[in-house]
Design a protein around this ligand. Structure first.
Ligand SMILES: [Zn+2]
Length: 455
């Protein structure tokens, strides 16, 4: 049974140093979508991994991909894999930032800058926790492996190949995923999976060019064609009606249902934030939470066709297109979804509608009572002095299946973000106290994951 009092004072005494070290990382832009600053950031991260984390690490590439950092340190019965990414989303729209995205700025106890929450902050905080552990508790009671990716924000195109090539260096008994957030009520949260995603574009071409709308009597209209096809994908009760789609959805287990019963979910806060009077289908309580965490989505992200400018233009559109994203739960995969969608449209005579697949990632879900998840609960309880909220998964997506499903590693995620961290958006931020608390929680996690007790 170990007290973390000395660990905590060690960490708190170094708050300035830790935040300054994070600022160095934030000042270096790393926009994978635009190929900006990738090798430069990889060099800084590799240096910090070795010096701050004491990890024997190197940067490797597969098939012309960006540098991926892997490394190992410590010895023990259990092995932990830490997954983070060092790239960030583009900072646009720039004029909505109160201070420039790559000039880390402190205001009212918060640190603002692109990547402070997603995901450079968590990456560095965990290395700082490893060092603080060694300085105050002693030798690491476990083996730690790290995997730092440089193209997560643009689809992790080389990660599956990387895992296929270097999987032996990533094997572990548990994985800590990139991030985690306090909820709107300020409770720490832990999540044990991610939804997947399938992004598609539907394209329709009618006539060879736009026509005078008086010809609508006899010339087919691409916009109507698209609307009719879209209307077959989902009904007004918000049920996805693609043939075979819902059959692939794994129903919640008894344990899942029990978790959902207890899961805190601020319905009034959500209604207020979104300025709506009721949720889809008028759902509330258990059924609302079940739909949010255990059901897939089919979302029209945008539709384009014809004339939408000022005044009127009586035109008959020759082309129409829609972008759609599906958030996936087990056992739906991007390939399965595009296959089902194609067959569904063909069966209804929409063979002329082109389905163009875009970015896709399968879902990944792990038990909420795995060794990893249980150790995370204990660590958060110890650091925050409150009971963390355990989510079955986050409604967002990421390359978790490529790593954890491929290698069979039960996962949990917790981190330094807050409910208004504005990931991917202007004014991305973390509270400095949350950053320090993540270091405190992560130090404890190294201990609980190794099977040791906290005082
Ligand atoms: Zn991220």
């Amino acid at each position: 049974v170990t007290s973390f009092a000395e660990f905590d004072s060690y960490v708190r005494a170094r708050e300035r140093e830790y935040i300054d070290e994070l600022k160095v990382l934030i000042r270096q832009p790393t926009v994978s979508a635009q190929g900006i600053g990738i090798p430069e950031t990889a060099r800084i991260v590799l240096d910090r991994t070795k010096k701050r984390g004491g990890i024997n690490a190197e940067a490797l590439r597969v098939d012309g991909g960006p540098p991926t950092i892997v490394g190992e340190t410590g010895r023990g019965e259990r092995t932990l894999l830490i997954y983070n990414h060092y790239d960030v989303q583009p900072p646009d729209p720039l004029d909505e930032w109160a201070t420039p995205p790559f000039e880390p700025t402190e205001r009212d106890g918060f640190l603002f800058g692109r990547g402070v929450s997603d995901n450079k902050g968590n990456l560095l905080a965990r290395l700082q926790a490893i060092e603080a552990y060694r300085a105050t508790i002693g030798e690491l009671p476990l083996r730690i492996r790290v995997l730092y990716e440089g193209e997560e924000e643009s689809g992790s195109a080389h990660l599956a190949a990387f895992v296929a090539r270097y999987g032996e260096r990533l094997r572990a008994d548990g994985c800590i995923w990139e991030a985690g957030y306090k909820d709107a009520a300020g409770r720490p949260t832990i999540s044990c999976g991610l939804k997947g995603i399938a992004y598609v574009e539907l394209r329709v071409r009618g006539a060879i060019k736009d026509a005078h709308s008086s010809l609508a009597t006899i010339v087919p209209n691409a916009a109507w064609r698209l609307v009719w096809a879209l209307a077959t994908l989902k009904n007004p009760n918000d049920e996805i009606t693609i043939d075979g789609f819902m059959d692939a959805v794994r129903p919640p287990t008894a344990a899942d249902r029990e978790l959902l019963e207890r899961l805190p979910f601020d319905e009034q806060g959500m209604l207020r934030i979104h300025g709506i009077k009721r949720f889809v289908r008028g759902l509330e309580g258990f059924e609302l939470r079940k739909k949010h965490f255990f059901e897939p989505t089919c979302t029209i992200c945008g539709i384009v066709s014809g004339y939408t400018g000022a005044g009127s233009k009586t035109v008959l559109p020759a082309v129409a297109s829609a972008k759609i994203d599906f958030r996936l739960v087990p056992d739906l995969t991007p390939e399965k979804v595009t296959g089902l969608l194609r067959a569904h449209l063909d069966r209804r005579g929409f063979e002329d509608i082109e389905v163009v697949p875009g970015h896709g990632e399968p879902p990944s879900r792990w038990p909420t009572d795995s060794v990893t998840a249980k150790a995370a609960v204990e660590a958060c309880r110890g650091a925050y002095g409150t009971e963390p909220v355990v989510y079955p998964l986050l409604a967002g997506s990421g390359p978790m299946a490529q790593v954890c499903d491929t290698l069979g590693i039960p996962v949990a995620g917790f981190g330094s973000g807050n409910a208004a961290s504005a990931n991917h958006a202007p004014n991305e931020n973390i509270a400095i106290v949350d950053y320090v608390d993540h270091i405190r929680a992560f130090g404890r996690f190294l201990h609980t994951f190794a099977g040791r007790a906290l005082a």
